[in-house]
Structures are given as structure tokens and as C-alpha cells.
Design a protein around this ligand. Structure first.
Ligand code: ASP
Length: 309
């Protein structure tokens, strides 16, 4: 099986067997990062551009390492030191990059839809590394990979996603993916951070965190997306932490082997206590798995098939 689209723009509309193909292929790449020589020749001669219009630590580094471990040439463009500051448009920047004959453009942008806009205008494969509060498909794939790896399945799991649902591209991509893979999804947060009509995505809505985490197999905590919020969505950080922060007592109400996840960066003492983050979470496993998942994504978009991975 191969991937039907030239791009990875989102998880919405992705079929279950396509999600499974990404996850299975990632599993075959995972051991490359464990080796002494962390490199395979799979994408030798291909050029990958990381074009980030927003801050990033994990995603940008992870894509860079993934490309390099596949032997591609990887170039990072940070817009604060590029001609974007001289007023160049997104399309002009991308077309100029493509004129240098690159194969894959990975884009993070504050505007929802920016990757899709480029995908229809470029021949290169376009990978969405997070667009506004729309989607973050590789985060959802690495989250599902981690759940499947640790719990053995996705089908039938109860996943509680807690925090700033309205502004979270991580929540949206995970909801699409998890629902397609047969998981039950609960979303929880203050009413001011809950998008209206979210029930139509097939999730259960909770405003009380204790009820949301009760019996959950996975608790996924989200950061307050202050950079995307308008003012006044919650009274203060202390109140927020009290009502929607994950602490040991709340973890104890979930399923016995609950997985505690967070896409990072986390704000310790706000949405998650240090105690839980450091001793009862799989946050760093998510980061490790992100490299394997991004290797799989670049490989499959370059026309690879699982058997060759
Ligand atoms: N790193 C994730 C994102 O880019 C989550 C976050 O920033 O809170 O969406």
C-alpha cells in the first residue's frame, strides 16, 4: 500500500488503513535511532526544507533529525532571519525555495490553511507541521503511535484530552485520528476554551476534570495556547491549575496503567504538576517516537512502501 496524496496536510478524512500504514512504517524505522550509526540511505539525494513561521523546539528538530537519519539534505529556514522580514509573501518564499529543486517542504505557520494553500501551488510534497489552531498531523500520529506501543491498541481506548481545546491543533488532529481508529474521546476544559459544536466531532464534552479522567486509559494534557487566545478566558493561572491541572490525585482516578501525555512545551504547575510529568508520564517517549513517525511520513510521501522501509 502507498499513500494516495502527495502531501500530509491533516488527519481529517484520513482512512484507518492509511493511519495504520504510517504507524506500522514508523515502527520499522524506530530502531534506526537506537543504533550506533543512526542513518539509512533511504532518502539519499532528496532535499527537505523546514520552513517555520512559528516557534518550535521538538517538531523542527525532530523533522531535521528524521530527514538526516534518512540521509536527505535538510535545510532549516527560520523566518526571523529570512526575507520574510523584508515583506516577502509565503508563496514567493515557497516558490523560490522550490526553484532550488527541493522535494519536501515542511511548514509551520500561524494561519490555519497555509500548508494547504502551498500544496495546491507547489510540486514538492508539503507536510503540515502545525497551522494555527487547525491541525498538527504528525503530532497526532506520534501520539497514536505511543498509545498503540504502550497499550497495544487504539480501538476501544478512552482518551481524555484536557485543556485549551479551542485553540489546540493537537486536540483537533488527535480527535480525528482517534475516532477513526475506534477510540472514545472525552474533551475537557473551561467553557471559554471549548469550541461550540465540538460534539459533532464525535467526542464527549466535560467541564469537570475529575469526571473526565475517571477510568480513562490516556490523559492528554494541553498547554494554554496564550499566543492564540484573546484576553480573559480564565481568571488566573492558579485557578486554572486547580480546576484543570493534572496532579497525582487525578491520575489515581484514571485507569490503573493510565498513560499521561503532553505534546510539549509544558508549563509545569499550570496544566501538569512536576511530580506527574517527571514520574508518571510518557512525554519523553512521545518525543522519541516523533522522530520515527516523521521518518515514516517523509519516506511514504516520497513514494516508499512499507515493505521497503
Ligand atoms: N507543540 C504543540 C503545537 O505546536 C503544542 C503546543 O505548542 O502547545 O501545537
Amino acid at each position: 500500500m502507498t499513500i494516495s496524496s502527495k502531501d500530509l496536510l491533516g488527519i481529517k478524512g484520513m482512512a484507518a488503513d492509511e493511519i495504520k500504514l504510517f504507524l506500522d512504517t514508523a515502527a520499522t524505522f524506530k530502531d534506526v535511532s537506537e543504533r550506533d550509526i543512526k542513518k539509512v540511505p533511504t532518502l539519499r539525494g532528496k532535499t527537505v526544507i523546514n520552513l517555520f513561521y512559528e516557534a518550535s523546539t521538538r517538531t523542527r528538530t525532530s523533522f531535521e533529525l528524521a530527514g538526516k537519519r534518512l540521509s536527505a539534505d535538510v535545510i532549516n529556514i527560520s523566518t526571523s532571519t529570512s526575507s520574510v522580514v523584508k515583506g516577502e509573501t509565503l508563496l514567493d518564499t515557497a516558490r523560490n525555495i522550490e526553484a532550488m529543486k527541493c522535494n519536501i517542504i515542511i511548514i509551520r505557520h500561524p494561519c490555519s490553511g497555509a500548508p494547504e494553500f502551498l500544496s495546491t501551488r507547489l510540486k514538492s510534497a508539503v507536510i503540515n507541521a502545525g497551522d494555527g489552531f487547525h491541525e498538527h498531523p504528525t503530532q497526532a500520529l506520534l501520539d497514536m503511535f505511543t498509545m498503540r506501543e504502550k497499550l497495544g491498541r487504539l480501538d476501544g481506548l478512552t482518551v481524555a484530552i484536557v485543556g485549551d481545546i479551542a485553540h489546540s491543533r493537537v486536540a483537533r488532529s488527535n480527535i480525528y485520528g482517534l475516532r477513526t481508529m475506534g477510540a472514545k474521546v472525552r474533551v475537557c476544559g473551561p467553557a471559554t476554551m471549548m469550541p461550540s459544536g465540538i460534539e459533532n466531532m464525535g467526542v464527549e464534552v466535560y467541564y469537570n476534570m475529575d469526571s473526565a479522567v475517571e477510568g480513562a486509559d490516556v490523559i492528554m494534557m494541553l498547554r494554554l495556547q496564550v499566543e492564540r487566545q484573546t484576553a480573559g478566558l480564565f481568571p488566573g493561572v492558579r485557578e486554572y491549575a486547580r480546576f484543570y491541572g493534572l496532579n497525582r490525585a487525578r491520575v489515581n482516578c484514571a485507569a490503573k496503567n493510565v498513560l499521561v501525555m503532553h505534546p510539549g512545551p509544558m508549563n509545569r504547575g499550570v496544566e501538569i504538576s512536576s511530580d506527574v510529568a517527571d514520574s508518571a508520564s510518557v512525554i519523553l517517549d512521545q518525543v522519541t517516537n516523533g522522530v520515527a513517525v516523521r521518518m515514516a511520513v517523509m519516506f511514504l510521501l516520497s513514494g516508499g512502501t512499507k515493505g521497503e522501509a
